[in-house]
Design a protein around this ligand. Structure first.
Ligand SMILES: [Zn+2]
Length: 198
């Protein structure tokens, strides 16, 4: 099977509303139209892979079990929109680098691991998020990158320099806008979204 392009998507501030140290299922709330956006990717045949930094685990505010429950809730809420996620990768490590990890964004470790485990074509893929670290992680992995204005996106946009801004493939009001642009760009090209015939 040929490698296929995927959408790598940040979680907090991109799919669900940013909550400081989200560690309870009840705090999880989808951003408007995020469910519809992911359903569109599903229909277009893109694997949807969530890439999330969860240092709350290293900091003792959240357990792996607690995170798994939050991710079950995320999938449950998305299912109301017929939307599904193919995989979720999280970095549980400290933000200050003392764990010496290679997965915390902006490092590309989670994306690279996902690509190898799901046979993803990185050059054809995109990382979508609301922080400069999401963009950098995508670029560091050899993907394109897109920025949403939800979550920290508006601030991120104000802080990045012109050169960085020019590297961004799509800037949208929210995940739905970015995915519309992504899918329309592909259909205008009349290129198949993924070239494999399973
Ligand atoms: Zn890590």
């Amino acid at each position: 099977m040929n490698a296929q392009p995927a959408a790598f998507i940040d979680r907090d501030g991109t799919i669900n509303i940013e909550v400081h140290d989200l560690n309870r299922v009840e705090q999880l709330q989808l951003i408007p139209r995020a469910g519809e956006a992911i359903a569109r990717l599903n229909q277009a045949g893109y694997p949807v892979i969530v890439i999330t930094n969860q240092s709350a685990i290293a900091r003792g505010l959240l357990t792996e079990t607690g995170l798994a429950a939050i991710h079950r809730e995320l999938k449950r809420q998305l299912s109301a929109y017929n939307a599904s996620i193919n995989a979720i990768y999280h970095c549980p490590h400290h933000p200050d680098g003392k764990d010496n990890c290679t997965c915390r964004k902006p490092a590309p470790g989670m994306i690279l691991r996902a690509a190898s485990e799901h046979n993803i074509d990185l050059a054809g893929s995109i990382m979508i998020g609301d922080n400069a670290t999401d963009l950098e992680a995508g670029w560091n992995a050899g993907c394109r990158a897109a920025l949403v204005r939800t979550g920290s996106g508006e601030n991120a946009l104000a802080e990045i320099n012109r050169q960085t801004r020019d590297r961004i493939s799509y800037i949208g009001n929210d995940l739905f806008d970015v995915i519309e642009e992504l899918i329309n760009a592909h259909s205008n090209d009349r290129r198949p979204l993924h070239s494999n015939a399973k």
